[in-house]
Design a protein around this ligand. Structure first.
Ligand SMILES: Cc1cc2nc3c(=O)[nH]c(=O)nc-3n(C[C@H](O)[C@H](O)[C@H](O)COP(=O)(O)OP(=O)(O)OC[C@H]3O[C@@H](n4cnc5c(N)ncnc54)[C@H](O)[C@@H]3O)c2cc1C
Ligand SMILES: *[C@@H]1O[C@H](CO)[C@@H](O)[C@H](O)[C@H]1NC(C)=O
Ligand SMILES: *[C@@H]1O[C@H](CO)[C@@H](O)[C@H](O)[C@H]1NC(C)=O
Length: 483
């Protein structure tokens, strides 16, 4: 072909919307927060990008679905912190009005009586503050919090320390709250000694009726009927099974999908979760990963956090935005089968995107178990739980619908997010080893790694995942790119 013909052909295929000719500049694997940030950053800088996503939707561990009289979040729900948050900043820059979820609290005991909500809240806030201040020592988070709480109570409320029943039920409740932050089974599985840092500012900013999915629309320039990004090609329902990377700087990276199709690019950014990497790293990469990265994949852990979201004909709990605290009394636990999973539920919240729904939170082993239980069994247990705690105050009808998350069963997440387990302080470079790109013989990065697990300070969050996508995009762009 003569040059004019080539130009005509390229122009025509662009106009007709045909696929970009290979090789691509970059292939991004996975379109969660990290992958969508990486792909859109590169595409906005003019790079030709192919994004391959195994599921039938964009968002990964963010999943906004219509439910009740509005929207609910099956995955991430809040923006945790507003200072230097890529997520918050992007929302504000696009005139999205976020709302702070300033819930009021009601506290109930498992015999249906109410507990002192102000006291429970005061102690909870104190414990969360402790949790947010890393310990100087290598110790388990539960021990650390309990130790500090005892000192606090000695000073402020010495009488409470003598009330063994209250202390037992409060510590069980607090264990639940910590597990709901950490996606863990027990607060003593978490290291109090950690590099994790919260962003400053409000920890519970909600996308309410916009839905967290709006973050992805903004990134991809689809928000408010935006035109999208012309040099970004997206393929959904496309599971990657192999990444073959070269030592020779003149060769391409080859990405193979489940149906046997291959795509080539100069480099590839892998954003799949730690849970999926654990399951697949031996077959996913050719040649195999360096030992340091394998050790990191091995030593870090993926936690599980799930939601059961139920809808009702109409709200039965009044107009306030509430959190319900559920305090199990030691004696009521004796009457129930020891493995009854409802005894592991300690709190209920209200989605801000829907007015007639409630969210029950599950973590760790109980979350994994409930993912496998039949729909009707779960629903009847939920009603049993609500009526046991709140049935004296409210008349609680049958739910009209239910959605459950299945983040552990999902083969493309295999869990909810990572936490720092007790062994992580002994492997202080694990997250940076996971981040390190694979280089060719000319020391050029060819396989790059993003995703929340690769963020030392902000793992387990949407903003943290987005930071890693931006980080890897910038590794590939010239230093003076203005994106
Ligand atoms: C229940 C729950 C509540 C949460 N609450 C909050 C919250 O309130 N605030 C907050 O900041 N964070 C929260 N998080 C954490 C947050 O959702 C995650 O940290 C973040 O979304 C992870 O983004 P990521 O891009 O690293 O990974 P992912 O979102 O998992 O993206 C990876 C993508 O890769 C795809 N993929 C996997 N394997 C393949 C393959 N072989 N081929 C192609 N594609 C593949 C997956 O389908 C997925 O879309 C919550 C998470 C859960 C589960
Ligand atoms: C946001 O609102 C301001 C003021 O009304 C306007 O100037 C700006 O263009 C808007 N930005 C977007 C992205 O819509
Ligand atoms: C939901 O409830 C809030 C508070 O009562 C109200 O402001 C809002 O308009 C309601 N939204 C819908 C769609 O019913």
């Amino acid at each position: 072909m003569g040059l004019e013909v080539v130009i005509l052909f390229v122009a025509l295929s662009y106009v007709l919307g045909s696929p970009t000719p290979q090789p691509y500049d970059t292939i991004v694997i996975g379109l969660g927060s990290a992958g969508t940030t990486a792909a859109s950053t590169l595409a906005r800088a003019g790079k030709r990008v192919l994004a391959l996503e195994a599921q039938d939707r964009i968002g990964g561990r963010v999943n906004t679905v219509p439910f009740g009289d509005g929207l609910v979040e099956v995955g991430a729900e809040w923006i945790h912190g507003t200072q230097h948050s890529r997520v918050y900043d992007l929302a504000i820059a696009n005139n999205v009005t976020l709302m702070s979820q300033d819930s009021e609290f009601e506290a109930y005991r498992s015999d249906g009586t109410t507990s002192d909500a102000q006291l429970v809240k005061e102690l909870m806030m104190y414990c969360l503050e402790v949790a947010d201040t890393p310990s100087e020592e290598q110790e388990a988070l539960g021990h650390y919090i309990t130790r500090k709480l005892n000192v606090y109570l000695q000073e402020k409320h010495p009488k409470i320390l003598e009330n063994q029943d209250f202390m037992d039920s409060f510590l069980k409740f607090m264990n639940f709250i910590i597990n709901s932050y950490e996606a863990t089974n027990d607060w003593n599985d978490v290291s109090a000694y950690t590099k994790y840092e919260s962003l400053e500012g409000n920890q519970h900013m909600s996308w309410h009726r916009y839905g967290y999915k709006t973050f992805f629309d903004i990134l991809l320039d689809k928000y408010n009927n935006g035109p999208g990004l012309p040099t970004l090609e997206i393929k959904l329902n496309t599971e990657v099974t192999k990444v073959t990377w070269p030592q020779d700087p003149k060769e391409n990276v080859i990405v193979t999908t489940k149906d046997g199709t291959t795509y080539t690019a100069n480099n590839v950014i892998v954003t799949i979760s730690l849970g999926v990497l654990k399951e697949r790293y031996t077959t996913l990469f050719s040649p195999e990963l360096p030992q340091k990265k394998i050790t990191a994949i091995d030593k870090l852990t993926m936690g599980v956090l799930d939601k059961i979201i139920v809808s009702f004909e109409k709200r039965w709990w009044g107009d306030a935005l509430l959190d319900f605290f559920l305090l199990w009394r030691p004696e009521d636990l004796k009457d129930l089968p020891k493995d009854d999973w409802i005894t592991k539920i300690g709190g209920i919240s209200m989605p801000m995107g829907s007015n007639n729904t409630l969210t029950l939170w599950l973590n760790g082993d109980v979350a994994k178990l409930v993912e496998t239980l039949p729909e009707e069994d779960v629903k009847s247990k939920v009603v049993e739980l609500l009526r046991r705690f709140m049935g004296h105050k409210y008349t609680i009808p049958e739910p009209t619908g239910m959605i459950r998350s299945t983040w552990f069963t999902n083969p493309f997440t295999r869990g909810s997010y990572t936490y720092d387990n007790l062994d992580v302080p002994n492997h202080p470079t694990a997250r940076s080893d996971l981040e390190a790109p694979l280089l060719d013989s000319a020391m050029k990065p060819r396989v790059l790694f993003a995703g929340e697990a690769t963020n030392e300070k902000h793992f387990g969050t949407v903003h943290g995942a987005s930071e890693t996508g931006y980080r890897e995009a910038m590794r590939l762009l010239p230093n003076d790119s203005n994106v």
